[in-house]
Design a protein. Structure first.
Lengths: 94, 503, 498
């Protein structure tokens, strides 16, 4: 397949990372280069079915529905960058 | 609402409902349920009014995983799986014994990890159907899937200040998402679908289904087309939290879309919300701005292999569902369709009725008493059926006493009132009450004596009656009843009085 | 033995000294703290030294001993360092990042609680590459770590601080994390034994996630016996981690001791020699050292078996695509809203999140998040992340086929020895390629151990990697213990060199 090219601004937006124009330009070059190398896995023939498929699986152990300890609210808020004593506060969501 | 011309509406519904568990989906953090919801609202109100109540319930049901703290890992709740399986089996779904969880990524303050753990490619349940009664007929609406996912927290916006408050009580609460195929053709059908599903989840004790508290949420996908043509562009109406608003919103959206198309425009694929004020739907955001959720299988969670024996036991323990039970009430017990429907609104009610009917031996009369007397009295007293001072057995006994003639209907109503008024530790036994009151007077001689006594004092009325004034008969009936404290057997009284007045 | 000498002893010997009351826990701790004090400015192994709490714990340990109620646990009174990536309750845990500069977890990682339950004393948190992404520990937001034997060199990464601390006698042992080699490679560069367990052997609860399907916590120590003991203590099922294996924990410590004492321990052991990893990509000294190690195995009765892992040439691509994708997901939670760094003066919520992340995260982390996001994004998932998982399955099968003919596979841990810090490597990709030896076992989920076997011409350690099949820790530990008993690492002579 032809080499994919990363739309750096689109990806940065998806990932919520702010880049300066210089950073974006540099990242774009670096990442495209990496992608070109990583993209060589397209040359690998498709994998065969998982060999584990035939075996009878053990039921997954799940957690019993019992209430456990909570985190003290004050302790939780202590690490918060902004709060009002009971809730985490953030800039108004539009 | 019937549509003009060959227009047809195509509707598919998605419901998110909170599973009735003690702890959250992926951690042992307790679920506060409605308590937390109320507290959050109270707190928001208090805060906006400037009162700071430090004892509010905001951010109490949290633990490290709920907040998505670094290093925490999800551990799946067994009961949540059982409940989801139970629902899937009841609705006739195929249960995937090797389902997978996936991460759905987006950034929002109420989503602590920056992704929601949900299911994509391998949901727990596939297929199935919702059955609803439409115009007296049971109709089957196909389901696409039911999957499990965790809920997000709540962001409480303040229009005045420049902040939003985030409460994580609800973050991580277990949900199932029930996705219907677009088999629905009207808002009325949509409401019937929703009511049936709602009844089912409550019936199965899978969810509390409290719509006002937000733990039964509906999104509606609506499009229109001319009959026979391919599907039109759909819009999504989000988070409408009452049956009434769902109906209004869907109808309004259908009308809107038809108008747009008839004017030569095109329907934009977007998300819309119900605006109560204007009575219409309003655009929230364009689906063209759709999120790229970057789904991938959650590497922290293994393939969920179900124990076939456990699934089998859940299936075996399924209760008779509402529609089937209503059919049995009509078919076997001879109730009318309306009564059967009322009595199977909740499993509790159905159980109550059936237990009472077993004791009374008369399902039809028992049904009348439950529907006309009991439910009304409970509502008036502000009580739930579970707190009824009248037990099913007691009601059954009352109906039996009425049937055997020990009580007449007037006495029975008095007895019932006494039973309702009785304190919890001293319930009234109908049999005992009947005995105390003397019960119905069935002795013709005794009744005859009273009739004679009254006739002796009322020559005038006798003369009027014999002259053809039939209405006077009622005067005598009333007098005898008064004399006998309402206990006279009405049929006997009628017969004896007639004979005696005839002369 | 003086306390200065005691800190240079293996962990096991230190534990015995405390248990036998040859040294008090407090004195042992102080000797380590003195070493840290002296060396921290140059080496920068530690992010935070928990002197107060450690002294408190040591005094408590001594009190128990004095009252005849000790020792409690096989690590009783032994100072152990914990990588900054691993949660320690109340003690700063930053994953080497400004994003979490002041974050104190409200809980301990399971591995940490188990060490403490065996009496270990947590002496501090060690520096590392930011969010465990790197192989030099130079991307640490709190300063690069310097190789204790040559301060101009990197100790390796990402668990460079843990490696430097142990190699420099600042701690008796340490925990690190290994996603693509981050325990083994610094162990190799610093002349230590490092173990990456089978995925799920050790609970990941409390390990700040980098790439969930690849991460494992493991020990770094100066001897095989030390590492085996630490592994035995931290391994085992944990209900807080659904990936943790429901398999009993063998007595690794006893097995190591028995193998060391058994002259026939290596007899008949089939040692796989992986063709693809023995090539010219290795520095000449490394190639020579590993070949010499192979020869020694053979001389001790092992059978060398050439094996091929045909998909080795796709391992780096596969590893990085999966690791970056999972990292982009695991790091989505760092938005500055609930904890961690929050930017000032943002326009609105979106701006706040983007700025907080950009300010709090370094360039290497950003690179990986961006590429990872891309690999998962609409239209590219199948070709990149999806394909990488498929190739991963092929790599696993390569191993399974190989283990039909051999018991363990012995390769270099790294193609090179500790690099110089002042040589700027501007090409991230070139650095990634150095991970070729180690990423294979992360991809397969298999256990792997690195042990020092030689020095190069600059006197820098060269590590031999022993890889084993699923839950094959026993086999590689026994092989390592037997080898070490007969060929103790010459680097020991360099004690006191720093």
């Amino acid at each position: 397949m032809s080499t994919a090219h990363i739309d750096i601004h689109h990806v940065a937006r998806l990932a919520r990372i702010a880049l300066t124009e210089d950073e974006a330009a540099q990242m774009s070059v670096e990442l495209d280069r990496m992608l070109k190398y990583f993209g060589s896995i397209q040359d690998v023939a498709l994998a065969i079915e998982d060999p584990a498929a035939g075996r009878e699986p053990t039921p997954t152990a799940l957690r019993p529905d019992v209430a456990g300890p909570t985190l003290d609210r004050a302790e939780a808020l202590a690490g918060a960058p902004a709060h009002d004593g009971s809730a985490f506060t953030v800039p108004r969501v539009v | 609402m019937s549509l003009p011309g060959t227009w047809e509406a195509v509707i598919g519904l998605e419901v998110h409902t909170q599973l009735k568990t003690i702890s959250k989906l992926f951690s042992a953090c307790p679920v506060g349920a409605s308590r937390a919801e109320d507290a959050a609202t109270d707190a928001a109100d208090a805060w906006m009014n400037g009162d700071d109540d430090p004892s509010d319930g905001v951010n109490r049901d949290i633990d490290p995983l709920t907040l998505g703290l670094p290093g925490t890992l999800p551990v799946l709740n067994a009961e949540a799986v059982d409940l989801a399986v139970r629902l899937g089996l009841a609705l006739g779904c195929e249960i995937d014994h090797a389902s997978r969880f996936a991460r759905k990524h987006y950034f929002y303050p109420d989503l602590p990890k920056g992704y929601q753990i949900s299911q994509l490619d391998r949901p727990l349940c596939v297929g199935g159907a919702v059955r609803a009664v439409i115009d007296g007929e049971i109709r089957k609406f196909r389901l696409n899937r039911i999957h499990m996912e965790e809920d997000a927290g709540k962001t409480i916006h303040d229009a005045k200040a420049d902040v939003s408050r985030v409460d994580y009580n609800r973050a991580g609460v277990p949900l199932v998402e029930i996705v219907g195929e677009p088999d629905i053709r009207s808002a009325a059908e949509a409401v019937a679908w929703l009511k049936s599903l709602h009844q089912t989840v409550v019936w199965l004790e899978v969810s509390d289904g409290q719509m006002e508290a937000g733990n039964f949420r509906c999104d509606a996908n609506v499009s229109v087309r001319h009959k026979g043509e391919p599907l039109g562009t759909r819009t999504e109406i989000k988070n409408v939290n009452s049956f009434r608003f769902v109906e209004l919103a869907i109808d309004s959206e259908i009308v809107r879309q038809i108008a747009v198309l008839e004017a030569g425009g095109r329907v934009v694929q977007e998300t819309r919300g119900w605006d109560e004020g204007s009575g219409t739907t309003r655009s929230l955001r364009s689906k063209e701005d759709a999120h790229d959720y970057r789904y991938f299988p959650d590497p922290d969670l293994p393939v969920i292999h179900l124990d076939p024996a456990r699934v089998a036991s859940i299936r075996a323990a399924l209760p008779e569902l509402p529609l089937a039970r209503a059919e049995r009430f009509s078919g076997e017990l001879g109730l009318g369709a309306y009564d059967a429907d009322v009595l199977t609104q909740t499993r509790e009610r159905a159980n109550y009725f059936e237990a009472a009917a077993v004791v009374s031996g008369d399902p039809k009369t028992t049904a009348n008493w439950v529907i006309n007397d009991l439910l009304g009295a409970l509502t008036k007293a502000g009580l739930n059926l579970a707190d009824s001072p009248v037990s099913p057995a007691a009601l059954g006994e009352l109906v039996a006493l009425l049937g055997s003639g020990t009580l007449n209907s007037k006495l029975a109503k008095e007895c019932f009132a006494a039973m309702m008024a009785a304190p919890a530790d001293k319930p009234v036994s109908p049999a005992a009450w009947a005995e105390d009151s003397g019960g119905q007077l069935n002795d013709p001689i005794a009744i005859g004596v009273v009739i004679d006594a009254i006739m002796a004092k009322n020559d005038g009325q006798i003369a009027q009656y014999r002259a053809g004034k039939d209405k006077v008969f009622g005067f005598f009936v009333g007098q005898v009843m008064r004399e006998t404290q309402g206990r006279a057997n009405p049929e006997l009284l009628q017969q004896l009085l007639k004979d005696k007045l005839a002369g | 033995m003086s306390h200065t000498e005691l800190i240079r002893s293996p962990l096991v010997a230190q534990a015995a000294a405390v248990a036998n009351r040859e040294v008090s826990a407090r004195a042992l701790l102080e000797a380590h703290l003195t070493q840290i004090d002296a060396r921290q400015p140059a080496v920068n192994a530690f992010r935070a030294v928990a002197a107060d709490s450690a002294r408190h714990a040591a005094d408590h340990a001594d009190a128990l001993l004095a009252a005849g109620q000790g020792p409690r646990g096989r690590l009783f009174g032994v100072p152990v360092a914990i990588k900054d990536q691993i949660c320690t309750r109340g003690l700063v845990t930053s994953a080497g990042s400004k994003m979490l500069e002041n974050w104190r977890p409200p809980y301990d990682a399971t591995a940490v609680s188990r060490l403490v339950a065996e009496g270990a004393i947590i002496i501090g948190k060690t520096n590392q590459d930011e969010f465990a992404m790197g192989s030099t520990s130079a991307t640490c937001a709190f300063g690069a770590v310097h190789h204790p034997w040559d301060l101009d060199r990197a100790p390796g990464g990402s668990s460079g601080g843990s490696a430097a601390a142990v190699a420099d006698f600042q701690a008796a042992g340490a925990l690190g994390t290994d996603t693509g080699g981050s325990i083994r490679q610094p162990a190799s560069h610093c002349g230590l034994v490092g173990i990456k367990p089978t995925w799920g052997r050790v609970s990941r609860h409390g390990a700040i996630a980098y790439a969930s399907s690849l991460d494992q916590i493991g020990p770094l120590a100066r001897t095989v016996a030390d590492a085996a003991l630490m592994l035995e203590v931290i391994a085992g099922r944990d209900m807080n981690d659904m990936g943790s294996l429901d398999a009993p924990v063998p007595a690794y410590s006893a097995l190591a001791a028995a193998a060391a004492a058994d002259p026939d321990a290596l007899k008949g052991l089939r040692v796989g020699v992986p063709t693809e990893l023995m090539g010219e990509g290795n520095a000449p000294a490394v190639k020579a050292a590993i070949e010499a190690a192979h020869a020694r195995f053979e001389a001790l009765g092992a059978i060398l078996v050439p094996v091929s892992l045909p998909h080795t040439s796709f391992a780096i691509q596969t590893y990085y695509l999966i690791a970056m994708a999972e990292a982009s997901s695991n790091l989505a939670r760092y938005d500055g809203l609930r904890y961690g760094h929050r930017a000032e003066g943002a326009r609105d919520l979106e701006d706040l999140i983007a700025r907080s992340r950009s300010e709090g995260l370094g360039p290497e982390v950003k690179r990986r998040i961006l590429l990872g996001t891309f690999a998962l994004s609409a239209g590219y998932y199948d070709a990149f992340y999806g394909k990488a998982q498929a190739v991963r399955a092929l790599i696993r099968r390569d191993f399974e086929a190989a283990y039909a003919t051999c018991d363990i596979i012995a390769s270099p841990t790294s193609p090179v020895t500790a690099p110089r810090l002042d040589v700027r490597q501007d090409d991230p990709l070139a650095i990634y390629l150095m991970d070729i030896d180690t990423v294979m076992s992360n991809l397969a989920g298999h256990p792997s151990l690195s042990m020092p076997v030689a020095l190069d011409d600059d006197g820098l350690p060269i590590g031999l990697q022993l890889m084993g099949p699923h839950l094959g820790e026993e086999t590689i530990i026994r092989a390592a213990a037997a080898y070490e008993a007969r060929h103790p690492f010459a680097g020991r002579a360099l004690e006191g060199r720093a």
